[in-house]
Design a protein around this ligand. Structure first.
Ligand SMILES: [Zn+2]
Length: 144
């Protein structure tokens, strides 16, 4: 897959919002950058209570369509939990409300969303454990 752009993220977000979230997700911005996490989610609450999400996708990764989909949906679940459930629970937001969405997507669409997200493979070699834990930390760090 060629290097991803914000438009790649936007069009997939739009499609997945329609397919898997009943078009309920609103107010979300997108950025692409080199970072150590595959994807990250941050959010801001304005004075009137509107929550604007921000999804960041890593451009330094050899994406496959499948992995990109999983990571975008993972971050969209964070946005759902934050802006619609308005809850925060579990380790860095991966608690019950998050897992409930994962279960729903699995049940209704057969989609597997892992909590950490798939780890990119480089030359078929899995990432060494140190990189893996850095990846986890970064996701959590950014999420906070
Ligand atoms: Zn997450």
């Amino acid at each position: 897959m060629k290097r991803i752009t914000i438009d790649d993220i936007k069009s997939r977000y739009k499609e997945y919002n329609k397919l898997y979230f009943g078009n309920q997700l609103k107010h979300c911005k997108f950025s692409v950058q080199k970072q150590c996490a595959l994807g990250t989610y941050t959010s801001k609450r304005s004075k009137d209570g509107t929550i604007t999400g921000h999804i960041w996708i890593n451009t330094g990764v050899e994406w496959t369509e499948e992995t990109l989909r999983e990571v975008i949906i993972h971050e969209m679940i964070h946005h759902y939990v934050k802006s619609i459930d308005k809850r925060f629970s579990g380790l860095f937001g991966h608690g019950y409300p998050f897992l409930r969405q994962c279960r729903r997507l699995k049940r209704d669409y057969g989609i597997d969303i892992s909590v950490i997200g798939n780890v990119p493979h480089h030359n078929e070699e899995p990432l060494p454990p140190t990189l893996l834990s850095i990846y986890k930390l970064c996701h959590f760090y950014y999420y906070m």
